[in-house]
Design a protein around this ligand. Structure first.
Ligand code: ADP
Length: 552
């Protein structure tokens, strides 16, 4: 909030900080009876309401103070999506502490590094992660309290952890007679570390202001289009960039929230969707493979599920078609940890709604247009802006209300200057067309450079996955004496199918320029993934470093 006395004429409006607690009090007051349902680690289903969450979040805020933590302290979580995790989100940020969600799928040494880097004072974790935390505990330098997110009945009889606290007991020990404080909206609210596929992970520190503005942007009709009539199932974990803002956007619009806990297999997700009347969900492509396979194998459908946001890596068009056949609209989204994470979502302009269905599909397969609050540009090697013609590629840069300025604990600025403005370099290579729709060609480090020309690995993967026998595919660069790099496709067959190398290569004919067709195909049983479910291309490149392409 700036001083107003220097202004030619100050607006005569209230100064009301954008605070995360405001989202929760709004939901509790205006949508208090709307449910929050969770499948729990304990095995049962838990039901509460937005009013119930707000009450318990106040009690938890009292408990955090009683533990001796202060505003500004970091509180870590190793937890699935659940009502308790939601209570932590709001109690921690709402009391001006900082919620640090940690990805439990990282290596234990990496987790310890992250907890120490963030200097977490308290670590709250689910029952699933008790063995992990027992292993981590000796490595944690700043954690003063370990809290198991369960009730007294499920506390372990034996553990190597000293003074292990019980989450429900901590909460129940307080009465909630406490008020959400008002403070500067630029205060830090949460931290999320990038997955650190190269080097140490880096922390993105979000503010209350950025989080609330991001939630408003996310909920817009041409973005996620969330409404009070929705039943929202965040399949994307709350440790993956705050479940893409859904815990906040749901409170903002007063939607019912459904949490899957640790049960993310296709059968569990489908049952939960049907039982709770889920209308809307969000997740990375790999998680949806399981659901689609289950639905297909059992001949099932969806009674209420109507739209899903898919992002985190490129959504293959074949996956969009599969959902479409079940009456589910896929909203393709692009973003990153450093952007809270939403940048663009695919949508049709009024004019595009008049186009034939096939053309509309091609637009919706791209990563989409920015939400108000984010701006983007593409630049060439010399930093000059590239035309928005739909085929010239450039490095994608962004700026906006929910884009980071620098990383946690680092002084150096990651920003780049273009035409006198500061921009964040995304590390992605993209095109933007005349209708302002962006399409990711690749991550700059994954792009395949053949004879000076770029080949999009995403395009090669999408074509492979449009073959009925292919479950998953990755295109990587392979060294070539003449062309420098040539594409190699590494593919996983669907169970019980037998597509050959030749048949898969023939599938490219007519779908892509001849010189872009992969030089070779290798079938494997499984592809390596990162902790957030993305293809781990660094590992694949390592694995196939010595691969000799035919004719070389
Ligand atoms: P990390 O960088 O730690 O892997 P992020 O979730 O921040 O985790 O990843 C952001 C990156 O994921 C983007 O820069 C982009 O390369 C990729 N990405 C995200 N969404 C999409 C999408 N819809 N299509 C293609 N790539 C995507």
């Amino acid at each position: 909030m700036s001083a107003t006395n220097d202004l030619p004429l100050a607006g005569r409006m209230m100064q009301m900080p954008l605070l995360i607690s405001g989202l929760l009090t709004h939901a509790a007051r205006h949508h208090g009876r709307t449910e929050v349902v969770s499948r729990r680690c304990e095995g049962d289903t838990h039901r509460t309401t937005w009013a119930g969450i707000e009450q318990r979040a106040r009690q938890l805020a009292q408990a955090l103070a009683a533990l001796g933590t202060q505003p500004g302290d970091r509180i870590g979580t190793l937890a699935w999506n659940s009502h308790r995790h939601l209570e932590i989100y709001y109690a921690v940020s709402g009391s001006q502490r900082i919620c640090h969600t940690i990805n439990p799928r990282l290596f234990p040494e990496q987790i310890a590094w992250i907890v120490n880097d963030a200097a977490d004072q308290v670590l709250c974790f689910d029952l699933t992660f008790l063995p992990l935390v027992e292993k981590l505990a000796p490595l944690l330098k700043t954690v003063r309290h370990l809290v198991l997110m369960t009730d007294r009945a499920h506390m372990p009889a034996q553990t190597s952890l000293p003074n292990l606290l019980c989450f429900d007991e901590l909460v129940d020990a307080h009465d909630g007679d406490w008020h959400w404080p008002e403070f500067d909206e630029n205060s830090a609210s949460s931290i999320c570390y990038t997955s650190g596929t190269t080097g140490h992970p880096k922390g993105a520190v979000y503010s209350h202001r950025s989080t609330v503005l991001h939630a408003m942007g996310a909920a817009l009709p041409d973005a996620m289009g969330c409404s009070t009539g929705d039943v929202i199932l965040p399949v994307v974990p709350m440790f993956h960039v705050n479940a893409w803002g859904l815990p906040y956007a749901s409170a903002l619009v007063g939607a019912k929230l459904v949490f899957p806990g640790p049960h993310l297999d296709g059968a569990s997700v489908h049952t939960l969707m049907e039982e709770e009347g889920v209308t809307f969900s969000a997740g990375v492509p790999t998680i949806w493979l399981g659901l689609l396979n289950h639905v297909k194998a059992k001949g099932l459908g969806f009674s209420t599920f109507r739209r899903t946001v898919i992002g985190g890596s490129a959504c293959p068009p074949a996956m969009m078609r599969a959902f479409e056949e079940h009456g589910v609209r896929v909203i393709h989204a692009w973003g990153m940890t450093e952007m809270s994470p939403l940048g663009t979502l695919a949508s049709l302009s009024a004019a595009q709604r008049q186009l034939p269905v096939d053309e509309q599909r091609r637009i919706l397969e791209k990563q989409g247009r920015v939400i108000y609050g984010v701006d983007m540009t593409i630049v060439g090697d010399n930093g000059e802006r590239q035309p928005w013609d739909g085929h010239t590629t450039g490095d994608l840069l962004v700026r906006g209300h929910w884009v980071i300025e620098r990383y946690f604990g680092r002084d150096e600025s990651p920003l780049r200057e273009v035409d006198g403005q500061a921009w964040f370099p995304t590390g992605d290579v993209a095109t933007i067309d005349a209708d302002c729709t962006m399409q990711i060609a690749d991550r700059s480090k994954d792009v395949i450079k053949s004879g000076g020309e770029w080949i999009s690995s995403i395009e090669l993967e999408n074509i492979a996955m449009s073959h009925p026998d292919v479950a998953e595919a990755a295109a990587i660069a392979c060294a070539h004496p003449k062309w420098d790099e040539r594409p190699l496709l590494v593919a996983v067959r669907k169970p019980g199918t037998g597509v050959t190398r030749e048949a898969l290569l023939a599938h490219y004919v007519g779908r892509i320029a001849k010189w872009q067709v992969p030089d070779d195909v290798v079938f494997v049983d499984e592809l390596p993934h990162t902790a957030t479910g993305k293809l781990l291309k660094t590992k694949l490149r390592e694995q196939f470093k010595g691969h000799v392409l035919p004719g070389v």
